[in-house]
Write a protein that binds this ligand. Structure first.
Ligand code: FE2
Length: 234
């Protein structure tokens, strides 16, 4: 019935919303630094293959999977919120595209150190200290069996939490055990580290801290919670 109604609308209003361009998060952004920029922590060959083959593959497959679909007018978070009802090709490739787009941006050749400002305060309040946070994050990344991601997320109530998802899932998906918006993500698929670190996932996680772009992560945190004032006590 729904398909029939959509068909009628399409015939009567051929230039209506169906003619919209794809949503703005369906772009394949340039890598914000050179392939070798994260050396020695992440090697140039891994970066090149990861970005040009793996990420590009998810992106191209996503566009193919969404061809002639009204999903093209939705944002990725909108798609994730109903992903359990969609084809596996959408779930895997939309996740792959979103996750990698975030991953490149939360790393920088000038990265490392510790977060500052609001995010630093929130991390200390939530996990006890930055070192405790790193320990918990590493444990989540290490214990992900097979392929997946470790995340630092902001919940709907502005809380911070660490989680891990399998494959190309992420915490925005309705299939995710813990739901929230990721502000930091670490790819723990073997394609992200095997050339340099082989089976030493722990060494790769330790090296990751040297390239984390904390100003970017802090900006993402503030954009989600910055305007939320604590409730006024009466
Ligand atoms: Fe990856």
């Amino acid at each position: 019935m729904k398909a029939f109604v959509l068909m009628i609308i399409g015939v009567c209003f051929p230039f209506a919303t169906f003619a919209k361009e794809k949503s703005s998060d369906l772009q394949f952004d340039s890598l914000p630094y050179a392939f070798n920029a994260l050396e020695p922590h992440i090697d140039a060959k891994t970066m090149e293959i990861h970005y040009t083959r793996h990420h590009r593959g998810y992106y191209d497959n996503l566009l193919n999977a969404m061809q002639d679909s009204s999903l093209k007018t939705k944002t990725l978070p909108q798609i994730f919120s109903q992903v359990s009802k969609l084809a596996p090709a959408i779930r895997n490739n939309a996740g792959g595209h979103y996750n990698h787009t975030l991953f490149w941006k939360v790393m920088s050749p000038k990265g490392g150190g510790a977060p500052e400002g609001m995010l630093a305060e929130k991390i200390n309040a939530t996990f006890g200290s930055f070192d405790k946070f790193k320990e918990e994050f590493k444990a989540a990344a290490l214990s992900r069996f097979g392929s997946g991601w470790a995340w630092l997320c902001v919940g709907d109530d502005g809380s911070l939490f660490i989680s891990s998802t399998p494959n190309q899932d992420n915490p925005l998906m309705d299939v995710s055990e813990k739901r929230g918006t990721p502000i930091l993500g670490l790819d723990v698929w073997e394609h992200a580290y095997y050339l340099k670190y082989q089976n030493q996932r722990g060494s790769y996680i330790d090296a990751f801290w040297n390239v984390v772009n904390w100003p970017e992560v802090n900006a993402r945190f503030i954009s989600l919670v910055g305007n939320k004032k604590p409730p006024v006590k009466k």
